[in-house]
Design a binder for this molecule. Structure first.
Ligand code: 5AD
Ligand code: SF4
Length: 433
């Protein structure tokens, strides 16, 4: 039986899809990359903004039409499944099963029941705040980056965010499981590892904190690079900054969500830091690692955000000069605190502010990328370039996609490349012998 998995949302979902693939393959199911030959389509979904949910519902409707011609089953897993549970079936009767984020081990049995026992709708959405999928080491495929989950869930309850409601309480994976998974990934040729969690800086397992985890991973011989997402400014300690600077495999790249540059808005978001604190961390990071690339997340139009408060976000972005920023229009999520605030901002105002942020960041990104011209960078070659068979693409330590002339023999190698141009968010280079 063939299963196709379509993934939406963050890298955590990408990692979870690999986990689900592994669970299915261990139970004799086959994973296909061709949706047309699938007996089961699984949508691994995101709830973080309404448009993410709307997109999935649209995709499900597209695939549904084939159900009259073949025995196709459709499943929804991930955050939307956790949030809406059996309501999803009410919204669309063609959805055959819904599985929440802590119940992925049940998917094989659910699929068997649907096909062999001809059961109708199946649901497994029980919250299990202890589930860490211990002893499951994902079979990896595709590009040569390994995503390794180090913790699940979030306790922060930022007032706009649905994640603590869908993914449950924070729990860290045992240190040895993580080390083993990283080592296996490296042995299998995945030399660049990204540690994943909603709030990686609060990793803690039997006396080992995140900085110590980084130092342990740095000693693993089979890998060359490690990075991590997502960091929270309130938990990014000096100890972590030192570990980053001192560990040669930890890349000069940090994703540090700022969300807003106004202290009242940050307080209403329940973020636990001020704009000054944020700026101070940026300074420390750049002092410790002058070449560090810093990326961020920003929300425009949080409830009650005045023009002046928005301007503070704009100014802070201008001051920090992020290498890249993911900017979002605030989206009210039912069940979160901020959705109850009565001072919601008009949709057009939110959109217009978002557009100003996008425009600002475009010019900063371009400037940052142009500054790379003339530099020599270590590139981890990941694939043949999308645009030309004569070129390969890879990433620098500071997370910039770099394209240059080369063939498939370079894939998986580290090469030195001189940067000759910057086009949008891509660097163009020339390999140096
Ligand atoms: N509306 C808009 N953006 C949101 N994010 C999280 N929740 C919302 C929301 N309700 C953004 C935050 C977070 C990123 C993953 O998504 O910036 O860091
Ligand atoms: Fe959401 Fe805040 Fe947790 Fe990030 S830290 S997942 S924004 S609640």
């Amino acid at each position: 039986m063939k299963i196709f998995i379509e993934t939406y949302g963050c890298q955590m979902n990408v990692a979870d899809s690999e986990l689900v693939s592994t669970i299915l393959q261990d139970n004799k199911f086959q994973i296909t990359k061709n949706v047309k030959e699938a007996d089961v389509i699984i949508f691994n979904t995101c709830s973080v903004r309404q448009n993410a949910e709307d997109r999935v519902m649209g995709r499900i409707s597209n695939e549904m039409s084939r159900k009259s011609k073949q025995n196709l089953k459709i499943g929804v897993i991930g955050c939307m499944a956790q949030r809406l549970q059996d309501k999803l079936h009410e919204m669309n009767k063609e959805i055959d099963f819904v599985v929440g984020v802590d119940q992925y081990k049940q998917i094989p049995e659910i699929i068997e029941n649907l096909f062999e026992k001809n059961t109708t709708f199946q649901e497994a959405t029980l919250v299990n705040n202890d589930e860490i999928y211990k002893d499951l080491y994902p079979h990896r495929g595709g590009e040569l980056n390994a995503f390794v989950t180090i913790m699940r869930g979030c306790n922060n309850f930022c007032s706009y965010c649905i994640v603590p409601h869908t993914r449950g309480r924070e729990r860290s994976r045992p240190l040895n499981d993580i080390l083993k998974e990283v080592e296996i990934a490296g042995k299998n040729g995945f030399k660049d590892v990204t540690l994943l969690g909603q709030n990686v800086n609060s990793y803690f397992f039997e006396g080992t904190n995140f900085a110590q985890l980084l130092r342990n991973i740095n000693n693993i011989k089979t890998i060359e690079r490690v990075r991590f997402v997502t960091s929270h400014p309130k938990d990014l300690s000096d100890e972590v900054i030192s570990a980053m600077a001192e560990c040669n495999k930890v890349c000069e790249h940090l994703h540090l969500a700022m969300q807003s540059g106004d202290n009242d808005i940050l307080a209403k978001m329940n973020r636990g830091y001020t704009a000054e604190h944020y700026l101070n961390i940026v300074k420390k990071l750049r002092k410790a690692m002058p070449e560090i690339a810093i990326t961020t997340d920003i929300i425009a139009g949080f409830p009650g955000e005045t023009e002046e408060q928005f301007q503070k976000t704009y100014d802070l972005m201008e001051k920090v000069e992020f290498d890249y920023a993911f900017t979002f229009k605030y989206s009210p999520r039912k069940g979160t605190k901020a959705a109850e605030f009565t001072n919601q901002i008009d949709e057009n105002v939110r959109l217009e502010r978002l557009q100003r942020l996008i425009k600002l960041q475009e010019s900063i990104t371009l400037k940052k990328y142009k500054e790379q011209i003339g530099k020599i960078k270590d590139i981890y070659v990941e694939k043949i370039s999308k645009k030309s068979d004569l070129e390969v693409a890879g990433k620098s330590r500071d997370f910039k996609i770099t394209v240059f002339e080369g063939d498939k023999s370079l894939i998986g190698q580290f090469v030195k490349v001189k940067i000759i141009d910057a086009v949008g968010w891509t660097l163009k280079g020339k390999i140096i012998k």
